[in-house]
Design a protein around this ligand. Structure first.
Ligand SMILES: C[S@@+](CC[C@H](N)C(=O)[O-])C[C@H]1O[C@@H](n2cnc3c(N)ncnc32)[C@H](O)[C@@H]1O
Length: 205
């Protein structure tokens, strides 16, 4: 399909999408807000949460939602790309996988935290299999970091793709967390391979 036809289709799809329209009315920066809202309503991920990090935060709708749920200012939003600052959140522009970023995050919190959320995904290169492999690696990296930084009752939420790394991610999650669920919110497009993993209560080894 030609590039201008793809963008026309994208514009038409955006116009018809109820979540896009709703996000404009409610002031969210993207329709992704309704994914985390739905996950939260079902799994209560923000219950008793005072500190959290949002990995892959730009343009910022997950962080916008998160800061309405967490009253302390112990929220970090990190992304590779620059994005407009979010009220009540500490912003880091950088690659989450860099040791320097991880050290900055640990230093900012100074202690274990309650929640790690990750909507990280690679900028699509058009090859869904490659995208799903790289996004799977990002999810594993986020999970490793969550295991390191979460307090024992901490929670981890991450985007994953139904692809070759799916089983590995779920079994690794089950090894490290007592409760593991996979859930695709209605706001996640049906034709997308995206789904979400919700993990609660670290297994202390
Ligand atoms: C789907 S978007 C996130 C949307 C966001 N949850 C929201 O609600 O606005 C995925 C983001 O992950 C970011 N990302 C990908 N790899 C990353 C990395 N290594 N470190 C930090 N951010 C990363 C991308 O730059 C992109 O902005």
């Amino acid at each position: 399909m030609k590039k201008n036809k793809i963008s026309k289709n994208w514009i038409n799809r955006q116009r018809k999408d109820i979540y896009v329209r709703q996000s404009k009315i409610e002031g969210f920066r993207s329709r992704a807000a309704y994914k985390i809202k739905e996950i939260d309503e079902k799994f209560k991920i923000f219950k008793q949460v005072n500190s959290l990090i949002d990995l892959g935060a730009a343009p910022g709708s997950w962080s916008q939602y998160a800061t309405t749920k967490v009253k302390s200012e112990k929220v970090i939003s990190i992304d590779l790309i620059n994005f407009e600052k979010i009220k009540n959140s500490h912003q880091i522009i950088g690659d989450f996988t860099d040791e320097q970023s991880k050290e900055e995050i640990k230093k900012y919190f100074g202690t274990k935290i309650d929640l790690v959320i990750s909507d990280m995904a690679v900028n699509t290169i058009g090859n869904k299999n490659v995208d799903s492999i790289v996004t799977g690696e990002l999810c594993l990296e986020a999970m490793n970091f969550a295991i390191e930084i979460l307090q024992p009752k901490g929670k981890f939420l991450s985007k994953i793709f139904m692809g070759s790394s799916f089983n590995e991610i779920v079994s690794r999650a089950k090894k490290h967390f007592k409760e593991v669920r996979v859930f695709k919110p209605l706001a996640s497009r049906k034709n997308s391979k995206e789904t979400f993993i919700i993990c609660k209560f670290l297994r202390i080894t």
